[in-house]
Design a protein around this ligand. Sequence first.
Ligand SMILES: Cc1cc2nc3c(=O)[nH]c(=O)nc-3n(C[C@H](O)[C@H](O)[C@H](O)COP(=O)(O)O)c2cc1C
Length: 350
Amino acid sequence: MLLDLAWALSRPLIFRLDAEEAHRAVMARAAAVGPAGLGLLRALAGAPAGPPLRVAGVQLRGPVGLAAGLDKDGEAIPVWDALGFGFMEVGTVTPRPQAGNPQPRLFRLVDERAIINRMGFNNHGLPALVPRLRALREQGRWPAAPVGANIGKNKDTPNDEAEADYVACAAALRGLADWFTVNVSSPNTPGLRALQEPGRLGALLERTVAAARDTPVLLKLAPDLEPDALAEAVGVAVRAGCAGVVATNTTLSRPGETARCPEAGGLSGAPLWPLAFERIGQAVDAAAGRVPVIGVGGVSSAAQARALLERGCAAVQVYTGFIYEGPGLPGRLHRALQSGEQARIEKRGD
Ligand SMILES: Cc1cc2nc3c(=O)[nH]c(=O)nc-3n(C[C@H](O)[C@H](O)[C@H](O)COP(=O)(O)O)c2cc1C
């Protein structure tokens, strides 16, 4: 409640800033929150209600997680935990630091409750993320909500050598991250999505799974894959030993009113939902219970989260919904899902 009020007051100010400037300002503050601030956030957000669940060999604190890309360098992990996310993905991290695409590269479509981004994996690389995760572990500050690392390749690594980048990330981060998500689906690194082709994907995933050793490896897919290609990619992931699938990333398509925005990049948020829901369902069908699917794309309400869980997802993630709905969203979704679950149990008991 108080979190929502604080958000209602601060959102107009934050949204007055350029989108990337706003992101940087919020991240700087989030990274600086100390123990007292975390305690306050925790009290305001409330821990996820309901029993923890096991997905892809990882114990989640709740079914609603933070999607990759918001905290690329893992700077504010304790804050996402305090806000009540059930799990979170940091990254995409690449082996070496890189600046990403020229700015501006992040755009809000407020009326559509959407974002277009062409960030291009701007991140500080393994040299920044590895010590940050290690410090959290060694200082006993690892959060209750597990932390996955979303891994990618540097822009200047040719596709023929891409495997080495994913292997380097997995080798450097195993024992630190709770799982890995192989990102071959971002639209903003030239040629990256060609790595989703079955021939290349199998070898890439097998080598990454081997380098990750005991750490589960998930595969994140693009919503722009046609159903057959999506199903094939899921099959390749299963055969390569992946522990799960994350569907979907942003889309290059421009549904409805978003076609009016001339900016290039990946679209996320509300207009992605119909396509994402369809593709996520196809991924669930292709996985056929062999591996879990984490659904992501346009979720901002409990009804949408519930629809994904009922369609067969093991958990869901949010990014753009969190930007528009604010810090109270994970707690609100968890509470609504839990009370819906409770109502169903009581009805069954009648
Ligand atoms: C600004 C921005 C940056 C993103 N960066 C990444 C990234 O680095 N790696 C990744 O796998 N997904 C990234 N994503 C995609 C999200 O994780 C998510 O898959 C997508 O936005 C759809 O979910 P949403 O509609 O809830 O935002 C990014 C999304 C946005 C909006």
